[in-house]
Each structure stands twice: as structure tokens, then as C-alpha cells.
Design a protein around this ligand. Structure first.
Ligand code: ATP
Ligand code: MG
Length: 320
């Protein structure tokens, strides 16, 4: 298999006053070249933890990391911090949910777009990097780039800041672009424009994209493959079309049912499934979704492994 990124049995704990939070448990994910892979799951399911692990930016209180994250066969977890730093912004880049967390308020957009390219183009001077930045701003739909390059982040609208973040990530020419809920902070019209932009980019971008979202609608529109996460586990994964046509895990089925319910707001759709995520400090044994599952039966007191329901389509449920 020539996957670009291969995550194998990844488990991650965070130390807290209550004990270890098991944020990811035995997660497998494969990202092919030029593919867009969606990660979906409700708040707290571990999507950002997975993204940060790929970037080598896990929080300080990370107390356990086991498994493998391979980029072209090289285990990122075995790299030294400075080696990871070198990969970030060159091979792997991220578009964050809130651009204000990634943009520095005290520097102009121009300075930040120049700095973002330094790893990738150490040979180019500021002037050349600025003109590359200006061209990229036009590419992401920002007119009058000279004015914008001289501006500070707070002088731009939210939608424009998100475009700047996308430009920043693309200027790194990464092999893997991670977009963690890039549209949730935006209103629907702007969201649609950003989604169109991401689609456009994909057509000419030679890298792979990991797209994190609460919205199954967005995922089905953008992604080739999807992994559904629940409480730190991937419970179902496969080609988008097959998975949406034949959702096999009761959690995926419930997500889809919420999504098409017109009475729920986009943001609250995932939480409309009765009950909440289990305690990740004291993870119950057996199937992780059993507590909330309408189809639960005796067997569910044991943990089901992912099993193939169709080629490339796996689900972790005793019913499959
Ligand atoms: P959201 O949709 O809200 O962004 P998510 O799927 O990205 O959620 P994560 O942020 O990966 O979820 O969090 C997974 C779990 O790990 C959650 O229970 C969260 O509270 C916990 N967690 C994340 N970071 C830390 C940390 N630094 N210390 C302790 N617990 C953490
Ligand atoms: Mg998150």
C-alpha cells in the first residue's frame, strides 16, 4: 500500500488531576496520496488530538503516546523535536478552527506569510517571499493583496482571516494539509465559499488533506474517505460514498439521522443523540457506544474489533 500517512494503533493519554484521560485508543488511519480524508465525531471524540499528534504539537500534559505515525514509512513519533519542527510547515501544515489562535496579533499578515515559507524556501529573500504571498492571497480570493499584507489580523474579517490561514498553509506546499473545523467560526455563506475554495485547491494541490468536521454534509461533499470517531476510537471508516450509502455502525447511523433532521441547528446536531460520551478517565469495558446504542445486546459487553463490511469499509460493531 502506498499510503502517505499511516497511523497504527495510536493511543494517547493526558495527565489530569482525576487520572489519565484516554483521548485516543488504538486508532488506525491511512491517508493515501492526494486523498481527502474526513474525520467526524462529536465534541471530545479525539479529532484534534489526532491532528496535533500528526503535527507533533501535543500538549505538555501528554502522558502516554504509543503506536506509530508514519509519513512515507518514517515514524514521526521517533523524531527529535527539532526534526519535527523541520517537518512542520514543510511537509505537514494545519488550518486551525480559529484563525486568531494561529495568527499573531502583533505582526502584519505579510510578515507572517513570509515566516511561514522560510522552512520551505530558505533560499528566497523577503521580497520574493512577499510576492509569493501576494499571489497566494489572490489565489484564495483576497483582492488588493498589498493592502492586506500590510494589515494586522484584527483588521480583517473572520472569513478573510480564514482565507489568510489557508494561504499560509498552502504557501508551505505541504504533503499533508490538516484542516481542523476550518469553517465552524464562519456564517453559512462564507462557509460555502471556503468549502468551494478547499475543493478548488484540492484540484491542483498535490498533497493530501485531512478534513476535520462536525458536519457530515461537508464531509460527504469534500472527502474521498471518512473515519467516524467516538470517544477516542475509530468506530467506522471507509470510502465516503459507500459509508454514507450503507452506514454500518449505530453511531454513524445516528449521526446521519441527526444531520437530516431539519429541527436541529448545524452546531448541535451531533449532541442530539441521547446520552453523552463516556468518561475517558474511567473508560467502560465492552463496546464504547453500548450505553447510548439503540441496538445493544448481550455481546456488547465485549469490545468489538473493526471488521470489514465492504472492501475498505470497516465497522466496529457486533452487528456487522
Ligand atoms: P471538538 O469537536 O470539541 O474539537 P475533539 O474531537 O477535537 O473535540 P479533542 O480535543 O481531541 O476532541 O479531545 C479529546 C479528549 O481529550 C476530550 O475528552 C478532551 O477533554 C481531552 N483533552 C484534550 N486535550 C487535553 C489536555 N491537554 N488535557 C486533558 N484532557 C484533554
Ligand atoms: Mg477539536
Amino acid at each position: 500500500r502506498d499510503a502517505l500517512v499511516e497511523i497504527r494503533s495510536l493511543s494517547i493519554d493526558f495527565a489530569t488531576g482525576r487520572g489519565a484521560v484516554h483521548a485516543l485508543r488504538d486508532v488506525n488511519l491511512s491517508v493515501g496520496r492526494r486523498r481527502i480524508v474526513g474525520l467526524v465525531g462529536e465534541s471530545g471524540s479525539g479529532k484534534s488530538t489526532l491532528a496535533l499528534a500528526l503535527l507533533g504539537l501535543l500538549p505538555e500534559n501528554t502522558s502516554k503516546v504509543t503506536g506509530n505515525i508514519e509519513l512515507e514509512g518514517k515514524n514521526l513519533l521517533a523524531l527529535k523535536p527539532e526534526q519535527l519542527e523541520h517537518l512542520r510547515g514543510r511537509r505537514i501544515a494545519m488550518i486551525f478552527q480559529d484563525p486568531m489562535t494561529a495568527l499573531n496579533p502583533v505582526f502584519t499578515i505579510g510578515t507572517q506569510l513570509v515566516d511561514a515559507q522560510r522552512n520551505r524556501h530558505p533560499d528566497l529573500g523577503r521580497k520574493e517571499l512577499l510576492s509569493r504571498a501576494a499571489a497566494m492571497l489572490i489565489r484564495v480570493g483576497i483582492s488588493d493583496p498589498e493592502t492586506r499584507l500590510a494589515a494586522y489580523p484584527h483588521q480583517l474579517s473572520g472569513g478573510m482571516r480564514q482565507r489568510v490561514m489557508i494561504a499560509m498553509a498552502l504557501l508551505c506546499e505541504p504533503d499533508v494539509l490538516i484542516a481542523d473545523e476550518p469553517t465552524t467560526a464562519l456564517d453559512v455563506t462564507i462557509e460555502a465559499q471556503i468549502v468551494d475554495l478547499i475543493k478548488d485547491i484540492q484540484a491542483e494541490f498535490s498533497g493530501s488533506i485531512i478534513f476535520v468536521s462536525h458536519s457530515l454534509g461537508l464531509i460527504s461533499e469534500l472527502c474521498d474517505e471518512v473515519a467516524v470517531m467516538y470517544a477516542g476510537k475509530v468506530v467506522e471508516s471507509g470510502p465516503t460514498r459507500g459509508l454514507f450509502a450503507h452506514p454500518s455502525h449505530p453511531y454513524t447511523q445516528a449521526l446521519l439521522a441527526c444531520e437530516i433532521d431539519p429541527d436541529t441547528e448545524p452546531g448541535e446536531r451531533l449532541v442530539t443523540i441521547k446520552g453523552g460520551l463516556p468518561d475517558l478517565v474511567d473508560v467502560p469495558s465492552g463496546c464504547i457506544f453500548a450505553d447510548r446504542c439503540p441496538a445493544r445486546f448481550e455481546k456488547c459487553s465485549q469490545e468489538p474489533a473493526l471488521r470489514e463490511v465492504a472492501p475498505g469499509h470497516d465497522a466496529a460493531c457486533w452487528l456487522v
